[in-house]
Design a binder for this molecule. Structure first.
Ligand code: NAD
Length: 488
């Protein structure tokens, strides 16, 4: 039972592993606690998946793939069931939103929009389920050839905690539409909404064994998924460091396919012709949305010299006015960081920045003595070899720099091991086009930021990973091509 700021409580209904269509305890009997970041208090004890539990989940998914109805039913029938699931999600949107807010400290106002948006993502892929087809190929005249698109098999999905609902559906929607079966390991910080979604999946008619959810820790349950010999593909979202381990485990086991959506240190480049008020607001939201716990957070902001001083002044004013507090309060703009570890990590980066000699323009401290709240923080005079300019902090911490020319901005913005996203603010279409083409990043936003649509592919360059989420690219990630050739 969790409590809301208005005194009401939320009944936490689902805390067990979901394997083969049933909620079950861990074979080991182990549980772990999920924590409310507003207070540090325990929300619920959740069954902890061990290697044996992961194995049971994989066997269920294997059986459902090898002999169950899901991969064999028509695409339109799969689509119909997914549509029903989406409707059930809409009916429970507020309850699920509250779970994500309690688990992750995300704004309730935002989660109430996020949950219906994942239902729409599900509908998008439900509509694609009956449009999966190969092609007939040109032959030299003696052979007839065609391709079949087949579901890849059993998929292991591993997701982080920053968008528990969106990332769950980013993974399961296209893979279910493709006809795959799966084991999902949610992040240990945020298992609750995934279990609720599993309950609704069963009500919608997704056959037992198709979708299994195994909350637990990365080093135990996550690693068991990655090294399992009966999983055909891993779709991983998380840090670059863990991404490397996932790939190694996949290579050392059955050489399963891997797609990786990893970290970022994304730049936003603001040119002299920008409206300073609008651009400073865009940059502020670029770093503070979801308390900076966003893979595409615009953590490095570059502003052209002509407007730099005015921009800095406006940005700092806005950052000081930003409201941090209880994420259930509709007037609050930023909730607590997800957990103690993340909170301490962010504060230690801030201390590092100060020690390295960067100038702290605003913020830099924890707020209150309960929960994991941190002030919106802006550094300037940041040298490019400083830790805060290079590492993904994953918190409300921005580095602000001045540049002279477009060429200089491109070079400095690209000077990162990551390549997830980049923002450009200018009215000049030539500059916008040149910078877009020059950035080594998978997602470019011109005069906007954080615009995600389920039909727009999203994924990284360089150490931000490979393989796209969203769009038809994501559907094809879960399909494999079989070529059939026969004499005429
Ligand atoms: P993380 O890598 O620590 O954990 C992510 C998931 O992997 C969790 O479920 C965790 O339990 C699991 N895991 C941890 N170690 C594992 C192992 N050895 N084997 C298998 N699984 C393991 O990342 P995090 O701190 O939870 O999330 C933040 C990171 O995720 C940031 O780097 C962020 O940029 C990234 N992220 C990327 C995207 C994207 O789409 N590119 C989206 C959201 C978050």
């Amino acid at each position: 039972m969790g409590s809301l700021s208005n005194g009401h409580s939320i009944d936490i209904k689902f805390t067990k592993l979901f394997i083969n269509g049933q909620f079950v305890d861990s074979v080991s009997g182990k549980t772990f606690e999920t924590i409310d970041p507003r207070t540090g208090d325990v929300i619920a004890s959740v069954a902890e998946a061990t290697k044996e539990d992961v194995d049971a989940a994989v066997q269920a998914a294997r059986h459902a793939f090898d002999s169950g109805p899901w991969p064999r039913m028509s695409g339109s029938e799969r689509g119909r069931i997914l549509m029903k699931w989406a409707d059930l999600i809409d009916q429970h949107a507020e309850e699920i939103a509250a779970l994500d807010t309690m688990d992750a400290g995300k704004l309730f106002q935002y989660c109430k929009m996020e949950v219906p948006s994942v239902a729409n993502m599900l509908r998008y892929y439900a509509g694609a389920a009956d449009k999966i087809h190969g092609e007939v190929l040109k032959t030299a005249g003696k052979f007839h050839a065609y391709t079949l698109l087949e579901p890849i098999g059993v998929v292991g999905h591993i997701i982080p905690w920053n968008f528990p609902s969106t990332l769950f559906f980013t993974k399961v929607s296209p893979s279910l539409a493709a006809g795959c079966t799966m084991v999902v390991k949610p992040a240990e910080q945020t298992p609750l909404s995934a279990l609720f979604y599993a309950h609704l999946a069963k009500l919608a008619g997704i056959p037992d064994g198709v979708l299994n959810v195994v909350p637990g820790f990365g080093k135990i349950a996550g690693s068991a998924v990655c090294s399992h010999m009966d999983i055909d593909k891993i779709s991983f979202t998380g840090s670059t460091q863990t991404g490397r381990e996932v790939m190694q485990a996949a290579a050392k086991s059955n050489l399963k396919q891997v797609s990786l959506e990893l970290g970022g240190k994304s730049p936003i480049i603001i040119f002299d012709d920008a409206d300073v008020d609008t651009a400073s607001q865009l940059a502020l939201i670029g770093i503070l949305f979801n308390k900076g716990e966003v893979c595409v957070a615009g953590s490095r902001v570059f502003v052209q010299e002509g407007i730099y001083d005015e921009f800095e002044k406006k940005l700092v004013e806005k950052a000081k006015a930003w409201v941090v507090g209880d994420p259930f309060d509709p007037n609050v703009q930023q909730g607590p960081q997800v957990d103690k570890r993340q909170f301490e990590k962010i504060l230690s980066y801030i201390e590092h920045g100060k020690r390295e000699g960067a100038t702290l323009l605003t913020g830099g401290k924890a707020i209150g003595n309960k929960g994991y709240y941190i002030e919106p923080t802006v550094f300037t005079n940041v040298k490019e070899d400083m830790l805060i300019a290079n590492d993904e902090i994953f918190g409300p911490v921005m580095t602000l720099s001045k540049f002279k020319t477009m060429e200089e901005a491109i070079e400095r913005a690209n000077n990162t091991t990551y390549g997830l996203a980049a923002g450009i603010v200018t009215k000049n279409i030539d500059i916008a086009n040149t910078v877009s083409r020059s950035m080594r990043a998978g997602m470019i936003w011109i005069n906007c930021y954080f615009i995600f649509e389920c039909d727009v592919p999203f994924g990284g360059y360089k150490a931000s990973g490979f393989g796209k989420d969203f769009g038809m690219e994501a559907l094809h990630k879960y399909l494999q091509v079989k070529s059939v050739v026969t004499p005429i």
